[in-house]
Structures are given as structure tokens and as C-alpha cells.
Design a protein around this ligand. Sequence first.
Ligand code: SF4
Length: 227
Amino acid sequence: MPRPVNNDGALRSFEEASGSLEERICAALAKLALAARHDYRRRASAEGLSVIQAQALSLLAREGPVEIGRLASRLALTPATVSDSVAALERRGLVGRKPGAGDRRRVRVEATARGKRLGASMMLWPEIFQGAVGGLDEAEKAVLFRVLAKMILTLLERGTIQQARICFTCAYFRPNVHENADRPHHCALVDVPLGFASFRLDCPDHEAGLSAAGALAELDGWLRVAR
Ligand code: SF4
């Protein structure tokens, strides 16, 4: 049986050395980000790809043909950097270029069938997270999702991230319109009820609606977690 700590001074210095809860949360997130980056780099390099090439291929596999400028802005990189990666992918037969439908000078990059398969496999979430999140119960997953959604919206509001095609800032999102506690919201585009089981974080059909600040102010009311 451990003895309770009676020495206030020792307890205070132990807690000071541990850092504040906020500092430890930041350190935990940094650790997870590092592990995810490491895992992604390992998977990309196993396929002979750089991280940028893997990200470009995943995006092309998901979204279809895209102009270089748009590809660069979606990856938050310069067009020159993305051009080099596209040229390398082209040499391996993973992407091709095709003229735009309306304007033949607006060349778009398109993944080949092999490129799409490889890009789709690079989209899978890091195995390290699959194992860790899989061990949480449904209530824990819901709380974690709410916290992560809040952090994404905060970073969006501050301009740290430029884009997050998330339901809560979408013009098609209709909050709290159903009695169903599991799916109280609605997507007016696809006409389906929404809840923790189906919120999207990177939806190709997203249309700008509520600002990140507006969504943040409402989020706790939208994402109620059953205890
Ligand atoms: S269009 Fe996509 S982002 Fe918008 S509410 Fe529907 S599912 Fe969510």
C-alpha cells in the first residue's frame, strides 16, 4: 500500500517538475504527431516514395484530376516543389497529365490506375493510431472526437491551418433537427442524418458556411456525449 505524501514541499516540487497539465497535453500531442510522421515516412519509403509524393498521390486518388497550382495549395506547398514530385511520379508511371476540358493549356495531373491503388493505400490511417483508438469505448471515442474537432476549429480560426472541410463549417450542415440522440443533425446535400458515426473531417462536397469561430461557439451543444 503506497504511503500518502505528507510533505507539501516534496509534493509541490514533484508537481512543478511534472509540468502543468496543459504542458503535458501538448507534449503528448507532439509525441503522437511525431509517431504518426515517422509511421507515414516509413510507409512511403517502403513504396519508394517521398512524403510529398505520397501525399500528392493520395490526394489525386481521392479527388481525381487536379491542376498543379491547386494541388500545391491543397498540400500547402509551392507549385515548384509539387512539380518536382509530380515529375518523379510521372517517371514511375503513377500519374499522367491531361489538358483541361475547357482550356487545353490548363493541364491537370491525374493518377493512373496503379497510382490510384497506391494513393488509396497511403490514405489509410496510421496503424499506430488504429490500435490505440480501437481500444477506447464508444463514449471515450466520442469525447476524443469532440476534443479533436474543437482543436481543428481553433487552428482554423487562428489561420494555423488553411482548410478543414468539416461538417460543422459546412453550408449543408443542419444542427439539431432530429429527435434521434445518436444522429440529431442533418446533411442537406446528401439528405442523411448525421452524428458521431458519420461526421466528416475532409468532405469533398463541403461548401463554406459557418465560420470556425461560429462553429466553435456551438460545438458543445452539437456534440453531446452520453455518459
Ligand atoms: S456536404 Fe459533407 S461536409 Fe457538408 S454537411 Fe454534408 S457530409 Fe458534412
